[in-house]
Structure formats: C-alpha cells, structure tokens
Write a protein that binds this ligand. Structure first.
Ligand SMILES: Cc1cc2nc3c(=O)[nH]c(=O)nc-3n(C[C@H](O)[C@H](O)[C@H](O)COP(=O)(O)OP(=O)(O)OC[C@H]3O[C@@H](n4cnc5c(N)ncnc54)[C@H](O)[C@@H]3O)c2cc1C
Length: 390
C-alpha cells in the first residue's frame, strides 16, 4: 500500500475512536507518531474529499458525515459474490433502519430572505436550505446529509424572476431550469444559457431543480458552473452581514464547496448583457439523454469591428475538482480572428489545461480529447452566432 494511504487509514481509524469530539492536529500526529507537516497534508486532503470535517472553533478534526453514515450502514450490508456488496432490505427494516427514508428533521418555511437567514443563524451548522431538492433529497435519503432543520426557500416571493436591469440579465436563485429553458428573453438573447438549460437532466429534474441550488451544490458535473464561468456571471448572496456580489470564479471554490458562509443564501445570478456581435454556446456529451456530462464546454465570445475576438469566456464541466475556467484557451483566442486554426489552437489549450480523472464515464485521456473536440464545436457555434448566424 502507498505509505500516504496507510497513514490516512491510521488517521481515520484514530478519529473513528474519538467520535464527535474529534482530535487536534497535535493529538493526532503525536498519538500516531507522524511528522507534523505530513500529518497536516494528509488531514487537508482527507478534508478536501469530505472524509473529515474541520471544526474551526476548537481546531479539531472529526470523521466526515458520509463516513460516519457508511460506518452505520456497514452493519446492514452483507457481501454478495457477484456484485461485491448488496443491501439487505429485510435486515434493515427489521433493525428499524429505513434505507431510502431520510433521517428525522424539522421543516421550516420562511416567507422572506431575512427570515431564512435568521433561521440559518439560529440553527448554525444544523440547517440546510431546500430549493428544488433534486440534489439534497437524494443525499438525505442515503443519509449522507442529515440536517436537523430543513429551511424551504420555495415560499419566498421574488426569488424566481428573470429580467434585464442595470446592464445584467438577472435570474432569481429559485428559477427552475425549465423556466430558463423556455424563457423568451433567454432564448432570444442568451444562447449559452438556453443551450445549457436544455441539456440538464430530464424534464422531471428540470421542472424542479433551480439554478441557485445547482450553483450552491457546486457539483463539478453540474452544467450551470461551466456555463456561468463562460458567461462571466456574478452570484448575489444575502446573509446576516448584508449582501455580497461574488464573481463566479470566486464563488466556486472546490468540489461541492463554495464561498458561501453558513448563514448565506444565493438570491440572484447576474450575467452581463450581451454587447453587439456577441454569441455563446454550450455543448455537452452524455452517455444517454438525461445523464450528467462526460464532458461539456460553455463558450461566450464578443467580436470587434474587425472580426477579432475582443472577449472570450470558456468554462469546462466535469473535467476537474470543480467547474473549470480555461484561461489559457481564452488567452489563445483573445485579439485573434477566430478562423479554424485559431479555434483549433484554443481547443487544444483547453484540453491541455483541464484535469479529468478516469471513472465510469471514461478514461482521463478520452475526456481530455473530448474537451478538444467539444471546445472547437462550441467555439465555432458561438462565433457563428456572434456573426449573426443561427
Ligand atoms: C436524476 C438527476 C439527474 C441530474 N442531471 C443533471 C445534469 O445533467 N446536469 C446538472 O447540472 N444537474 C443535474 N442534476 C442536478 C439538478 O440540476 C439539481 O436540481 C441541482 O443540482 C440542485 O438544485 P436544487 O434546486 O434541486 O437544489 P437542492 O437539492 O434543493 O439543494 C442543493 C444544495 O444547495 C443548497 N441550496 C439550494 N438553494 C440554495 C440557495 N438559494 N442558496 C444557498 N444554498 C442553496 C442546499 O442547501 C443544498 O445543499 C440531476 C439531478 C438528478 C436527480
């Protein structure tokens, strides 16, 4: 076994014995006789992937919720020769464990954003916001999330509007994917967003899932992250200390991690209004209709009077720990006429700077090449639209 993995397992075992209280870095590295900085690096990696939680006030680490739940679940899992493990529903029911039923929670229904913020403050660390529920509820059913309080945003007025004001398209956080897909304003002026909304999951999910929930969830496979990076969007958040407006690059921090504070709510997404001779496109490859992307690429371009690229935005989906902005590809095209050679160069740069992993959707090298192919397709389409074509 790789030494770092062996050390990580020792750390996890040690913390499992310490339960909810957890342990400090000093306690862990002394008890396990590990070099302090190595121990710190392993702890940070484990934390990054959700295996550990860091508790800032006490500076202690404890097992992440998913691991604690898996530990509980393992009592109800039995080996099966063909599939490795198989759940035993009868045993689960017999022991009073509901399987696909969420843990108990209290359901709270604020009527204003301020009320929702104060509920988050009151139940700090124990409350979760509910929007469309299409990411949160499955996690709760698997007991990978077990909030004690669920704060439903759906009865707050004014969070689902789509309009243009002050130089921006403003989309309320609670706007459903389906409303974006069918909005006349978006269909006529924001092709990048229209393309993206159309390929998210299936109509059932699109009818419920929201743009704010999707961005707050920060799934690297979520389509809105890449589309919004390409569109240079801003995210408006409200919290106890008032309102903040964050560029999307700052909002998306890491896998399932955003810059949101525990008492903050996403209220609006702002996309700069398109200047003349601008175009956008979102192109996605999926294993079957309705699936998350193998790879998707979002593009926005603005052409100047001489048909050169004045602005370029390129966002990549599912080829990194978070949605990625392909900065080198943008740079490769800026100031150039977007002919076939320039487009191919930018698409190659995007393929080089992405960071895919091999998984059930394909090997990393395949995904990298798909970034190149889709990158070129999306760029061609966006340029064609900027020139007044389809
Ligand atoms: C079968 C299936 C297929 C899917 N396929 C795709 C796909 O192809 N592409 C894609 O992009 N997505 C896909 N999704 C995810 C879907 O788009 C979700 O709707 C979305 O990720 C989450 O939005 P939601 O409104 O349902 O959020 P919820 O599930 O309600 O919440 C998700 C998280 O965000 C937090 N949150 C919600 N709203 C806010 C807010 N306003 N402010 C702060 N935090 C908030 C919640 O507390 C929770 O932690 C799929 C989902 C399913 C079930």
């Amino acid at each position: 076994m790789v030494p770092a993995v062996a050390r990580a397992i020792r750390i996890l075992r040690y913390l499992a014995r310490h339960g909810d209280r957890g342990a400090t870095l000093a306690q862990i590295h002394r008890a396990l006789d590990l070099n302090k900085s190595t121990c710190h690096n392993i702890l940070k990696t484990l934390q990054r992937y959700g295996f550990l939680e860091f508790m800032p006030p006490s500076r202690r680490y404890r097992l992440g919720h998913a691991l604690v739940e898996l530990g509980r679940l393992s009592r109800y899992v039995r080996p099966h020769p063909s599939v490795g493990v198989r759940l035993s529903p009868r045993k689960m029911r017999h022991r009073g464990w509901g399987g696909m039923i969420t843990d108990k929670f209290e359901y709270l229904v604020p009527r204003t954003v301020a009320e929702a913020v104060s509920l988050l403050q009151r139940h700090r660390g124990e409350a979760k916001l509910l929007a469309g529920g299409h990411s949160l509820i499955p996690l709760m059913k698997l007991r990978l999330a077990t909030p004690r309080y669920l704060v439903d945003l759906n009865r707050i007025d004014g969070l689902a509007d789509i309009n243009e004001a002050g130089g921006f398209l403003r989309v309320g956080a609670l706007t459903r994917h389906a409303d974006i897909e069918t909005s006349d304003l978006i269909l006529s002026r924001y092709p990048l967003l229209a393309d993206a909304a159309r390929v998210i999951a299936d109509p059932l999910v699109r009818n419920m899932g929201t743009i704010g929930g999707s961005l707050a969830h920060a799934d690297p496979a979520g389509d809105w992250g890449a589309a919004m990076l390409a569109a240079r969007a801003q995210v408006v958040v409200s919290g106890a200390r008032g309102e903040r407006i964050l560029p999307i690059d700052e909002f998306l921090v890491d896998m399932f991690t955003t810059a949101l504070q525990p008492d903050e709510i996403v209220t609006e997404i702002r996309v700069p209004q398109p200047p003349p001779r601008s175009g956008g496109a979102y192109v996605k490859l999926e294993r079957k209709v309705g699936d998350f992307a193998i790879v998707a690429v979002g593009v926005s371009v603005v052409l100047d009077g001489k048909d050169r690229c004045e602005q370029v935005g390129l966002g990549l989906c599912n080829v990194g720990a978070t949605s990625l902005r392909a900065r080198r590809a943008e740079e490769a095209l800026r100031g150039k006429t977007p002919d076939e050679e320039a487009i191919a160069g930018a698409a190659r740069a995007a393929a080089e700077e992405c960071d895919p992993t091999s998984d059930l959707r394909g090997p990393a090298e395949y995904k990298r090449d798909i970034v190149r192919v889709l990158g070129a397709r999306a760029l061609r389409l966006a340029v064609q639209r900027a020139r007044g074509g389809v």
